[in-house]
Structures are given as C-alpha cells and as structure tokens.
Design a protein around this ligand. Sequence first.
Ligand code: HEC
Ligand code: HEC
Length: 264
Amino acid sequence: MQKLLNQYTQVTLWMTIVLIIAAPVYVVYDLFLRQPDKVEALHDEYVDKGSYLFAANQCWRCHGYKGEGGIGLPLNKTDSLSAREAKDPFIFKTIARGRRGTQMPPWHKDEGGPLDTEQIKMLREFILDGTHWGSYFDEEPLLVGDKRWKLTDNFLADHNLVPPAPLSQEDRGKALFSTANCIACHNVTSETKVGPGLAGIFQKDKLPNGKPVNDDTIKEWVQKGSASYKSDPSQQPYMPPYAGVVNTDDKMADMIAYLKTLKK
Ligand code: HEC
Ligand code: HEC
C-alpha cells in the first residue's frame, strides 16, 4: 500500500513538472506561431463582413458602387486613405459620428445610427484593405458548413436594390466644389468667406481680373486663380490655382454647370 502511494505521488509529481514546462512552451507557440494566423483570419473575416455592411447599408449610394465617390468622397484611393489614417485615425470616427455640415450621416448606435462598434471596425477594415470594391460578400440565408458568407457579383439584384441614378452634371459639380475644397474659401451665398460669396457669379459683370464672366474666363480663373492677373501671391486677396484638382474638361464643365446654378 505504502509503495502504491509512493508511485502515485511520483506520477503526480512528474505530471506537474511536465505541465510546468509545457504551459509556457504552449503560450510561446500560441503567441508567435498561431497568433499571426488568427490575426490574419480575423482580418479576412472583418473584410468580408465589412464588405457586406458597405453593400447592405447602401454606403455606395454616396460613395459609388466601386468606392469611386459621387455625393461622398472616393474611398477606393487606398494608399492615400491609409497614409491619412496612419497619421490621424479618422475613418472610425467619421463613420461613427458622420461629418457635421455634410451629407455624411452618423452610423453608430450611440449617435442614433444602426451600427455597433464592431461593425464600424469591420467597415474600416474593409475600406483600408481596398481589395473588394465592387464585389461584395453576402450573408447566406443558411449556414453551409461553417461558412456564412459567399462572394456575390449581383448584390444589388439579389437584394432588389436599385442602383443610384447617375448624378446630373450640376450635382457632380456640386460634389467637386466640396472635394476640390472650394468650399473652404467660398460660400455659395453672397456672404464673403476668404473669397467672395459665389451666389450670382454668372450674373456678375466682371471677374477680379477684369474679364467678363463666361465659360472660358471662369475656366481660366479656376485654373490660374489670381495669378491670371497678379504676379505677387502676397498681395491679398489671392486665390491659388486649381488646375491640379479641376484637371479635366469634364470636371471643368461640371464645375461651370454648378456655378451657373448659384443665383442671387
Ligand atoms: C447620404 C450620403 C452618404 C452616405 C449614405 C454615406 N456617406 Fe460617407 N461621406 C459622405 C460625404 C458627403 C462625405 C464627405 C464629407 C466631407 O466633405 O468631409 C463622406 C465621408 C466619408 C468618409 C471619410 C472620407 C475621407 O476621405 O475623409 C468615410 C470613411 C465614409 N464617408 C464612409 C462611409 C460609410 C462606411 C458609409 C456607409 C455605412 C457611408 N460613408 C455612407 C456621404 C455619405
Ligand atoms: C484658399 C482660398 C480659396 C480657395 C480654396 C478657392 N478660392 Fe476662389 N477665390 C479666393 C479669393 C481670395 C478670391 C478673390 C481673388 C482676387 O480678388 O484676386 C477668389 C475668387 C473666386 C472667383 C471670382 C469671384 C468673384 O465674385 O469675382 C471664383 C469664380 C472662384 N474664386 C471660384 C473658385 C473655385 C471654383 C474654387 C475651387 C476649385 C475656388 N475658387 C477655390 C479664394 C479661394
């Protein structure tokens, strides 16, 4: 009996020793070898679900079906978006709270929206990943194995969603007015901001450079700004050139069509 007990104590002792050694080894293995896999899997899952949330919540009505922008800013310029995000994490905040004074609504439940924190993180992961624009994952009505998500190229049709009507030239111009940041210096009323208010711009006799207002002179003005008549940028008021942003004939035509809608 004494011998049996002794054996038993020895076995327990050895098992304890094995456990003491094995536990840290397992932790190290989990941390360094398995964890990256887990993170990768979680990332993929977030991207898949984020893509579903983007499609199902109809973010594309404003940001374009392929993230190309429209009423809202483009979201598919992945590199520049990631660079901005690295400097100042704005994506979660913007989606959660929206942007006051713009058409971007708040989406977080705390702000009266439909989404929770995890879902907004998924949208952020999807946007930053940038590989799934235009082809979205869909939630399967039934679980197939352990997969709940399938890739679909017909999200709109599958969900009886109507794609947005193409924007009118004036609406594209309006969006450009905001994305090109004209809005930082110009009110669309008569009130002066940094530059003159632009209400009734096409009813004016002259631009600051003395030229009569028409499509051609407005085009020159937007491209060159005050450099169309002043050589010294320190001489205020001075508008910088915007040839770099309103950089195609189409964009210029959109801008002009919009400016024409601004009546006194
Ligand atoms: C009704 C139109 C509208 C809808 C719907 C909408 N957005 Fe926006 N969103 C905007 C506008 C407009 C802006 C730009 C605001 C500004 O000028 O700063 C914007 C800005 C953003 C930005 C910041 C972009 C940047 O470069 O600063 C993100 C990210 C974004 N939206 C994500 C989403 C997501 C995700 C959804 C869906 C859950 C969504 N938006 C739905 C209109 C919309
Ligand atoms: C950094 C500030 C700033 C930005 C941004 C800016 N402007 Fe201006 N804008 C001005 C100033 C200042 C003037 C007056 C310049 C002068 O008198 O020489 C002006 C003048 C104008 C005028 C003539 C207004 C009048 O009543 O005679 C038009 C049109 C105009 N801007 C259009 C635009 C458009 C379109 C954009 C965007 C592509 C833009 N501006 C962006 C500062 C700005």
